[in-house]
Design a protein around this ligand. Structure first.
Ligand code: ADP
Length: 683
């Protein structure tokens, strides 16, 4: 089986199949060549040859120092009809290709010496075939085949004749008619070739027509289209739209690498996107991507929507990228402007303290500002479900709806006061106003409305009304008593010694006192409001001051008032005003805690301030009312049915203490009693 380490009887296994060239190779008298009988051939030659013969791709092999030739059926047509085949089989390279040997040999030598493979595309290698020298174009690769010894045994050529393709391209470039005439001359004597030529021409025209159709589609396309070839993205095809977008002329971009023609577009991320499409073959779609371009000599910010589509050749290889793009700068700018305006509008509307709302012409709400949501604690979703009328106080809903419907119907200005439910559930008085906005057809397109919080004003008005009624009532009682006393006295004027005289005079002076006190309170309020109160400060011992205040009350013998604590503490204050505060605390303790007969007064030095507290064991004050005790006109029993008073005593006390830079307050527990206190700076 083996002779000198070479395969003998099985060599035929390697030369099986291969069609015509298989038959010729097996029957060839190899012994007469430098390679000798196939029995003596190296394993690598046999293996390579078996690949060549079995392959359907055109292959050619040179083996040994003489470069003895083999080739397969697929390669066979490139030999032409007359001339080289079948002589080329087993022939030495130099003998077979004298006409191009000077070109081929250096390539073979290079493969032998460096081991590097070659790659040539559409290379012109005119060869002698069909009885003449023909221009033949090849795309081919030369690669070395190693021997068992590790030496280079031969050169394998994998090639593909591209003459047809190149000719078609050339014909397109040169004048078609001239090329056609040349062809006619060239092939006029050969019927088969004429047929082939006509087929080729048909195919060519077909391709050309398709291509022209393609180009015209691109040119007429309403969007910018361009085709970039190769890794440098050479601009091969482009339409006017894309030139307009780039602000370049055809000459400036034709066959130029993209980023050379548009250098300002580089380093904006497009290189990466294009390369990714080229390598991955995946389409890339982008929306509103910003790109900076030089237009009219200045850098402009533009926005584009585009698609990068990979372009493949017949073999499926990606050779370029087609870009279809639509400039959307105007739309983006317009949208940005709208967004900006909207933002400004929102900012302004959210900054004002009013609630702002907008409805369509039919009164359906479209917008509320943030203040509305903050105030009502609702969100747009909730408001969509219900009419906003439902946020109004039930007693105001019907009245408001009537006014609103009237405005919608007639276009009359809408203006109404109603109570709106706030986040906390409390109803707050607001003033609702709205004006219609008419479109160019004279139809109401929108209503712009506001709601202004007028609760404080409303409450103040209410308080004033209440106060006037309370004040007149309070004044009326002692004045009625006074009038009665005086009427009786006048009846007794002729009998001044009557027993009732002193009693009536006592009653009259008491009533007058009451009137005096009420008027004093009223005057005090006016004076404090107008800042007309001036303090007459002296050094005052608090204990002595308190004792003076209590003297009259103690005389009555009903109440037990005890003063304790730091009895030596003195303050620099207006004695009359502080007296007024202490008297007010004590009178309140008597008035509002009649069942508690013990009143405790303490004097303390707390953090360098003098603190005076008056404590009773009366009914106490509810926690909700505590914060309002020192408000003007505040009375726990609003009806005034139980106790008389204007709700001014504590307010005036507060003003006096604040004027002294002190603090005032109250602590209380319902049913257990209250402590009213104030502090004064010691120095
Ligand atoms: P007025 O001048 O009408 O007496 P004040 O301003 O002195 O009113 O007091 C306000 C309200 O505080 C009173 O209506 C009363 O309900 C409550 N109040 C004041 N002192 C006491 C107290 N010692 N115990 C319970 N309630 C009090």
């Amino acid at each position: 089986m083996y002779e000198n380490g070479k395969l003998t009887s099985t060599y035929l296994q390697y030369l099986q199949d291969g069609g015509e060239m298989g038959v010729l190779t097996r029957s060839f008298n190899w012994s007469d060549t430098a390679l000798g009988h196939p029995r003596t051939w190296s394993q690598s030659l046999l293996t390579t040859l078996s690949i060549v013969l079995k392959s359907r791709f055109p292959m050619f092999l040179w083996w040994g120092t003489e470069l003895i030739q083999f080739y397969n059926d697929a390669y066979r047509p490139s030999m032409g009809k007359h001339g080289k085949h079948p002589k080329a089989l087993g022939q030495m390279g130099s003998e077979c290709w004298p006409e191009i040997w000077s070109e081929i040999k250096p390539m073979i030598d290079k493969v032998f010496s460096s081991g590097e493979s070659t790659w040539d595309e559409d290379r012109l290698m005119p060869i002698y075939r069909n009885g003449q020298i023909e221009d033949v174009y090849w795309t081919f690769s030369y690669s070395q085949v190693k021997d068992e010894t590790g030496e280079i045994g031969g050169v394998l050529v994998i090639c593909h004749e591209t003459t047809e393709k190149v000719m078609a391209l050339q014909k397109e470039i040169t004048n078609t008619k001239v090329a056609k005439a040349n062809n006619e001359n060239l092939y006029s004597n050969n019927e088969e070739l004429i047929k082939a030529q006509s087929l080729l021409a048909k195919a060519y025209y077909h391709v050309r027509a398709q291509e022209e159709k393609f180009r015209s589609i691109i040119e007429q396309a309403p969007v910018a289209i361009a085709i970039f070839r190769g890794p440098k993205f050479v601009i091969e095809v482009f339409n006017n739209k894309v030139l307009e977008f780039w602000d370049r002329t055809a000459e400036q971009v034709q066959n130029k690498p993209l980023f050379e023609a548009l250098p300002e577009a580089s380093d904006q991320g497009f290189e990466y996107l294009l390369s990714t499409v080229l390598t991955s073959g995946k389409t890339h779609i982008a929306n509103e991507l910003p790109v900076k371009l030089i237009r009219n000599g200045i850098i402009e910010n533009t926005w584009i929507n585009f698609v990068y589509e990979p372009i493949r050749d017949i073999a499926g290889l990606i050779t370029g990228v087609m870009v279809i793009c639509n400039e959307v700068t105007e739309q983006v700018n317009a949208r940005k402007k709208i967004e900006e305006n909207e933002m400004k509008f929102r900012q302004v509307t959210n900054m004002v303290i009013q609630m702002i709302w907008i409805t369509d012409g039919d009164g359906i709400n479209e917008y509320y500002n943030q203040r509305w949501y903050d105030f009502t604690g609702t969100d747009l979703k909730q408001l969509k479900g219900i009419g906003w009328n439902q946020l109004l106080h039930p007693d105001d809903q019907e009245r408001e709806l009537k006014t609103w419907n009237h405005s919608i119907k007639t276009g009359a200005l809408y203006e109404i006061e109603f109570r709106l439910r706030s986040k906390s559930g409390k109803y707050i008085w607001v003033l609702g106003r709205a004006a219609p906005f008419y479109n160019s057809d004279g139809i109401i397109a929108k209503w712009f409305g506001t709601c202004t919080d007028i609760n404080d004003q409303r409450m103040l008005m209410q308080q004033k009304d209440d106060f006037i009624s309370v004040a007149s009532h309070e004044l009326k009682t002692p004045i009625t008593a006074l009038t009665a006393s005086i009427q009786l006295l006048s009846r007794l004027k002729d009998n001044p010694l009557s027993d009732r005289f002193p009693v009536l005079i006592e009653q009259a002076s008491k009533s007058l006192n009451k009137v005096n006190l009420l008027i004093k309170d009223l005057l005090n309020v006016t004076q404090f409001n107008n800042g007309q109160i001036h303090l007459n400060k002296t050094h005052v011992n608090l204990f002595n001051l308190i004792e003076d205040c209590c003297a009259d009350i103690r005389l009555e013998g009903i109440y037990f008032i005890k003063t304790e604590g730091n009895l030596a503490l003195t303050v620099y204050a207006d004695a009359l005003r502080i007296d007024q505060v202490i008297v007010n605390f004590i009178i309140n303790a008597i008035k509002y805690a009649p069942e508690s007969k013990k009143i405790l007064i303490t004097i303390e030095n707390v953090n360098h301030t003098a603190k005076v507290s008056v404590t009773d064991k009366g009914q106490g004050i509810a926690a909700d009312d505590l914060p309002h005790l020192f408000d003007r006109y505040f009375r726990v029993d609003e009806t005034g049915s139980k106790y008389s008073g204007l709700g001014l005593g504590l307010y005036i006390s507060g003003e006096i203490i604040r004027k002294h830079k002190g603090q005032i307050g109250a602590t209380s527990e319902l049913g257990k009693g209250s402590t009213f206190w104030f502090t004064l700076p010691i120095d």
